[in-house]
Design a protein around this ligand. Structure first.
Ligand SMILES: Cc1cc2nc3c(=O)[nH]c(=O)nc-3n(C[C@H](O)[C@H](O)[C@H](O)COP(=O)(O)OP(=O)(O)OC[C@H]3O[C@@H](n4cnc5c(N)ncnc54)[C@H](O)[C@@H]3O)c2cc1C
Length: 416
């Protein structure tokens, strides 16, 4: 129903091709920004290369931080997501076979849950539902951006939709078009970063334990393994390993893989049954040299990308979208130019350093645990011991992981 009505609005008449904001990329970060701008009266277009059904159907689940949940609450979409989202009250962090386990509990955060796990379609559906009634939004979908020309006061785009080329213009273009962002590359914005020696293997499994409210992060010297609880006694596995090992784990017999998983979870999860194919992704760290230019801003993976350990990537993008949306709305209310560099730099100054800190945090976490050098092993085990024994340190680490450290936009709800 929802998709039908959205695709009906996807055809745009030629008299109506000028927008205040064009968002390139209709996935979670692009849609979050569109929802944030809903009350602003700005005329917004979303250009998405693939049909919305395809964009919605990505086979992935994400750890969603408490902070992202509060952004979604502030945007009025959380209640729609909540019934289909996995919730966890405990986090068990351990270093391979080292017997001391670090337990994070809800008392450490004074919150009902420590975090959430959402399948891609659940987030996409709720954001789209929210946008359905928007009168100032146009969907250009499926439509691919072909050329982008930056002028003094505007951006001109050529898009290809249903085999036809169209010219559209806007005051501001947003690159929410993922890691290989056309918007970023076309503007000549460079990046820094590296490929990791590891790949990430994901799958979904079911177990028969009578509880499913624990998230596990277990670090092996080959790479971290995260187990994130979904609804219906299912879990998302995110296992990082050197490329060849990840590929081997993808190809081994299903029973052999289940046995390995049982062994790596110490037999805690009973009767593991794989529900999805094993998928392998390369792992990369990337930070754009700038997030903004006149008439242009980057959000989400178009601006940065991090190691999947601790499940931060999408959460950073959701925060980018909320911050940028709020800054644009305030600029509009004050009569400022939303495409002006002065306005856009507020967004860059707010988010670029915060994101870099999290990129660094995930990199250090991965490197220090994927390491057998005895002084490093001693250092990280001492860190685990300190977090176990000193509650303020444990709480600080938890607040970083749940996104509660850092500056908060006003639209964020006090509780999810
Ligand atoms: C294995 C793995 C596990 C992960 N786990 C987590 C986790 O637990 N928690 C977490 O927070 N993050 C996680 N991440 C990171 C997360 O997947 C990404 O950060 C997130 O998907 C980025 O979203 P995005 O909307 O910025 O970009 P994308 O999801 O890449 O969306 C970009 C959109 O732009 C469209 N597009 C591209 N080019 C064009 C064009 N020229 N014209 C029009 N449209 C275009 C694409 O079709 C796409 O829909 C994980 C990543 C991996 C690889």
């Amino acid at each position: 129903m929802v998709l039908e009505s959205l695709t009906q609005t996807a055809t745009v008449s030629s008299q109506n091709l000028d927008y205040d904001v064009v968002i390139v990329g209709g996935n979670i970060t692009g849609l979050t920004l569109a929802v944030t701008l809903q009350q602003s009266n700005l005329r917004v277009a979303i250009v998405e290369a693939v049909p919305l059904e395809v964009a919605a159907s990505r086979d992935r689940a994400y750890a969603i931080s408490v902070f992202s949940a509060r952004i979604f609450t502030g945007l009025g979409v959380w209640d729609d997501m909540f019934p289909d989202i996995g919730k966890f009250r405990h986090i068990r962090l351990s270093d391979g076979d080292f017997p001391q386990v670090l337990n994070f509990e809800t008392d450490d955060l004074d919150n009902e849950y420590l975090g959430y796990v959402a399948e891609h379609y659940v987030l996409h559906r709720a954001l789209r539902n929210r946008l359905e009634s928007s009168e100032t939004l146009q969907w250009l979908c499926p439509a691919k951006v072909q050329t982008i020309q930056h002028h003094d006061q505007s951006v001109a785009l050529t898009i290809e939709q249903q085999g036809q080329q169209q010219e559209i213009s806007a005051r501001l273009i947003i690159g929410a078009d993922g890691m290989n962002s056309r918007v970023r590359q076309n503007a000549g914005i460079g990046t820094m970063g590296w490929q990791y020696w590891q790949s990430c293997l994901t799958t979904v499994f079911r177990h028969s334990n009578d509880r499913n409210d624990i998230a596990f992060e277990r670090f092996w010297h080959t790479g971290p393994m995260g187990i994130l609880p979904l609804t219906d006694n299912r879990c998302q596995l995110v296992l990082t390993a050197p490329h060849a090992e990840a590929q081997r784990l993808k190809e081994i017999d299903e029973q052999e893989f289940v046995d390995l998983l049982t062994q790596r979870t110490g037999g805690f999860l009973k009767n593991i049954q794989l529900l999805k194919d094993r998928l392998v992704f390369p792992v990369q760290l990337m930070q754009s040299n700038r997030y903004v230019l006149p008439n242009l801003a980057l959000i989400g993976d178009a601006a940065h990308r991090c190691h999947p350990v601790a499940g931060q990537g999408l959460n950073l993008g959701i925060r980018d979208a909320a911050v940028l949306g709020e800054i644009l709305q305030q600029a509009r209310d004050r009569g400022e130019d939303i495409g002006g560099l002065q306005v856009l730099k507020r967004y860059q100054q707010w988010r670029k350093t915060e994101n870099l800190a999290i990129l660094g945090f995930t990199d250090i976490l991965d490197r220090s645990f994927s390491n057998q050098w005895p002084p490093m092993v001693l250092a990280r085990r001492t860190a685990i011991w300190m977090m176990r024994e000193v509650p303020p340190i444990r709480r600080f680490a938890l607040e970083v992981m749940t996104g509660l450290k850092g500056k908060s936009p006003e639209l964020v709800s006090a509780k999810e």
